[in-house]
Ligand binder design. Sequence first.
Ligand code: HEC
Length: 193
Amino acid sequence: MGSCSVMRSIIRYIVIGLVIVMGMILLTRFISYKVHEAELSPPPVKCVPANQARFDEEGFEIISQDPPCEVLESINRVYLQKVKPVLQVKCLMCHGIADQVPLYAIIPPASWLVKRDMQNAKKRMDMRYDFPFLGHGAPNDDLEALAKVVREDSMPPLRYKLMHWRSGLTENEKELLLKWVQESLQTLNRQGG
Ligand code: HEC
């Protein structure tokens, strides 16, 4: 009888503790914390201007399949103007440069999870340098990966949506992203073919 009530009060304390922790995490979700990220190292060299030929050691011209800088820059102009403002709100805390994070993101234990998410997000899709993104190799692979998560509605991750209820992409935003992906893929293909 005695050990049973001891068990019960232990369970009660655990439950109360969990509720308090959850409540604190939820509260700190509404407080923003200004972060200063380390300076970005320069992006890895990605493109060559269209009119600039490259030669190998033996003097043969390298015929490259990579899109020239002008093509990437024209896609990036549309990205900066139309697409980035959407991603800024909903994606770039993990995939880009966060200038503000919710307070829970710096308080353990939630911060451990958040930090891991932010690292993994950039490993898979690094949007810190704008377009071209990094992560999947060629620029069109990144675009296709982006379209895939938009269609499947798999980003942001569910755990993030639970904390940020309106962080999912709206239908309009999805349409805008998919349209940009499609146009950009066409631009890349036109140049390649
Ligand atoms: C809470 C952090 C977080 C947010 C916010 C977030 N992501 Fe992610 N994202 C991740 C993580 C972690 C991964 C890698 C692991 C995984 O797939 O879950 C990832 C992976 C991806 C990938 C690569 C998938 C692949 O096939 O390799 C894309 C594309 C992506 N996210 C797009 C987005 C977009 C678009 C948004 C905004 C609508 C967004 N993410 C918001 C954390 C985040």
